[in-house]
Ligand binder design. Sequence first.
Ligand code: FPP
Length: 273
Amino acid sequence: MLPKSANARKMTAPSPPAEENARKAQWGAPGLPIHVGIIMDGNGRWAAGRGLPRAAGHRRGVQALRETVRAAIEFGLGYLTVYSFSQENWNRPVEEIADLMGLLRRFIRNDLDELVKAGVKVKVIGVRDNLQPDIRALLEEAEERTQGNSRLNLIVAFNYGSRQEIAAAARILAQEAAAGLIKPADIDEILLAGRLDTGGIPDPDLIIRTSGEQRLSNFMLWQAAYAELVFLPLHWPDFDRDAFSAALKEFAARERRFGGVTGRRCGEIVLAK
Ligand code: FPP
């Protein structure tokens, strides 16, 4: 007989391919990822290469973000997660932090109407406690005004750190166990995943990082267990619909095995030029 938690897992956790098929009934064509995560890196180097201040790179980065959200809708993705500000980004100079906060303000103020109309549902993951009150209010407004939408889920990872997120989930489970709501033996990966900021959101199928760096930098470490990783040699401000489309084609050519031995090619996808 299986131990209780393993038994529960067997009954409740669909195998990744089955889960994927169920999700594909709602979103995407064969070979298209349901959830794409993007590490938008290289704004500073893009600006330095042009003799511009780093802030100019971040401003162009917002433009690339806009184009990316539009492309994600057009491609029929279900979820797009963008790494916009990491908990480690507080180590940057105060002026740059102020620039990034200012860009978030402007992005929400300028683009929220378009997101609402386009059917985008916004969710923000990360820690909010130490953000300025007006930023917290804007994040809440973006979530509230888009909560009825379902075309594309835009997950903004802001003041986000994956290790901190996992530690917070462990803390919640410990509190639940201390309160007698769960038993320590009940804790398995399904229970923990449900306490992450991303609880209820399918794991990313594909993670794209621009700038040529090849690491996750504390982005969705738990959720990326079976994600395909695509590293692009261009800086984030140069990322556009064509680069996105090329990354999706590379995903489609990958074979995913989810720890088993039988490979499944992600599939051929055809995207309009
Ligand atoms: C990495 O480039 C990028 C960031 C730290 C922030 C990403 C932010 C945006 C794309 C614009 C802001 C958007 C919102 C919604 C706030 P980098 O500065 O690390 O570049 P570098 O590695 O070349 O120095």
